[in-house]
Design a protein around this ligand. Structure first.
Ligand code: ATP
Ligand code: MG
Length: 336
């Protein structure tokens, strides 16, 4: 795809994060729909700008079924536009904001998709994701689950890195403490992400609740309190958090979680990074021998995959979206 400022038209803003804006756009030459992520005010000189573009081009070589396709990037004054595949059902933070907690068998498929994507990135390109969270896992009406926004460009990270840019609360304890970290920190982020999708809420307690309750928007911890909680306290557990509906009420009809799911999240959320499993260990593929083991939760997800109708589920989500008052009003409440 030959992308230039003159051959892309913006259609509609679909979301905004702390560092940028995402717009549904169209490539006028081919008519293809694109997601255009504009990162504003990147502080970079000519040298750094060239480096950022060169590093972003690495995404062109990332081809995997669970990774969002990258089309290209260009500079437009102080902003950089990154073009990727448009995922019409958006991200899972929006989806839980709309439908509440997700059933376990879908959580299993999402976990599997994320692990396969992360494992591919690491195995094939020697890159970590570094930013796994519900807003970076996307869904579409074809029933595909894909990850986006992985850290391909170290220079781009440096040029926008500022302590208060980007959501930090999915970061593993070792990263919060600015220690050396490895692929295991992606496992932590996946664990926290999947717990959030399973309960419909970010799983840290509110002030004074002593680990019993869920975060209430009005009583939420400050960022600093939350980060020190993650570093100093016990990790969250699935059994401490009841699944909630989109309106925040407890879903009393939700079936209990399986022991495999509880164990899987416990493994992802081991605080000590030296003993926490890597994504490849959870996924359990040893390509040299063709042996597949991995965590039982993931093994079962893999075995169940052919029978899980994600297209039908996508239809349900799509219908819920069509009914929602406005796409920007359904952002998950706990930590905006
Ligand atoms: P943060 O800035 O803290 O990383 P974020 O991931 O929500 O948060 P962005 O990456 O800028 O911020 O994305 C904003 C929103 O745009 C996302 O929440 C998601 O709903 C939507 N979005 C991102 N990429 C795509 C895409 N390829 N297709 C469709 N929607 C997308
Ligand atoms: Mg994002």
């Amino acid at each position: 795809l030959e992308l230039r400022p003159s051959n892309v038209v913006n259609i509609k803003e679909v979301g905004a994060g702390s560092g940028g804006t995402v717009i549904r756009a169209r490539h006028t030459v081919t008519g293809r729909l694109l997601a255009r992520k504009i990162i504003h005010h990147v502080v970079a000189g000519p040298e750094e700008r060239r480096l950022i573009l060169r590093e972003l081009q690495l995404m062109k070589d990332c081809h995997a079924p669970t990774i969002v396709t990258f089309y290209g990037a260009f500079w437009d004054d102080g902003d950089i536009s990154v073009f990727m595949e448009y995922m019409d059902l958006g991200s899972f933070d929006r989806i839980i904001g709309l439908v509440g907690h997700l059933p376990e068998h879908y959580c299993a498929q999402i976990s599997l998709a994320v692990l396969e994507g992360v494992d591919y990135l690491y195995r094939t390109h020697k890159i970590m994701h570094r930013d796994i969270k519900p807003s970076n896992i996307l869904f579409n009406t074809a029933g595909e689950i894909k990850i986006c926004d992985f850290g391909v460009s170290g220079q781009l990270i440096n040029s926008i890195a500022n302590t208060f840019v980007g959501t930090k609360w999915y970061m593993a304890p070792e990263r919060i403490q600015a220690r050396d970290y490895g692929v295991q920190s992606d496992s932590w982020s996946l664990g926290l992400t999947m717990m959030e999708l399973a309960i419909g809420r970010f799983p840290f307690p509110s002030k004074g609740s002593e680990g019993q309750g869920d975060v209430e928007p009005q009583k939420k911890l400050s960022i600093i309190e939350l980060l020190s909680y993650i570093v100093n306290e016990k990790p969250p557990r699935l059994s401490d958090h009841p699944p909630r509906n989109a309106d925040g009420t407890i879903d009393k009809d939700a079936p209990p979680f399986s022991q495999d799911f509880v164990d899987f999240l416990d493994a992802c959320l081991i605080k000590d990074d030296a003993t926490r499993p890597t994504p490849s260990m959870l996924l359990g593929t040893v390509p040299e021998t063709g042996e597949i083991l991995g965590h039982p939760f993931v093994q079962k997800a893999r075995a169940a995959r052919p029978g899980v109708d994600l297209v039908a589920w996508a239809k349900v989500i799509s219908a819920a979206m069509a009914e929602a008052p406005s796409p920007t009003s359904c952002k998950a409440p706990p930590y905006p």
